[in-house]
Design a protein around this ligand. Sequence first.
Ligand SMILES: [Zn+2]
Length: 248
Amino acid sequence: MSHRAHDYRFLIQRWRAVARAAGLPLRKLATTAQHDLYYLRTKCLTASGGIYISAGIHGDEPAATEALITWAEKNVRRLHRLPLLLLPCLNPCGLINNTRVNEDGLDLNRLFHRDDQPVVSAVKQLVAPHQFAAAMMLHEDYDAQGLYLYDVARAKPYWGEALLNAARPHIAIEPRTRIDGRKIAGGIYRRRLDRRRFERMGYPEAVWFHFNHAERSLTIESPSEFALEQRVAAQVAVIEESVRLATM
Ligand SMILES: [Zn+2]
């Protein structure tokens, strides 16, 4: 396990190695003042179906970026056969500085309703032709006492239970029944989304995907006070299970 979870250059080196070994291009998504951002899209991803997975929009949640690259490294030989669009890190500056916000002090995960943020705009442009079977947003929560997720779906079956079960050998399911004042059961927060609420608070990536580009939108939250190895293993298991469900 790498102890360099906040080393963006090293993270991208690993992604370059994965892309090379998989015979896929690692393409530039956007450029900020200090960093280039990348994405990896497999050739068998079509306009409908497949999975979008993004990590690192919050830089102080390092198990997310670490899990996505770890999963990709483990699956390098079959990557080209899976319908995937992978976003390794949406906030490099935040990752390096261990902050939720980006270099401009902005939480990109509240700005998906706007078109004046280069990274957000680049993601929107990239996914414009797609309707994914699932969009997966990898996050962490420092108040969490176990693994939990937000599961918003327009299509059944729901995936939340299967994803948590897959991760259970590594991290138990969140025991709390309320998170940020909202009710949660068995580690799953599942409710119809109210557009007006997000118009007030700003659109998170997951909500924007739900309304525009995904049959299922899943936000995974691992407990960031737990050991990094455990959090990464749990998130890797979630990614693996989502890929299994999308390609069944
Ligand atoms: Zn987060």
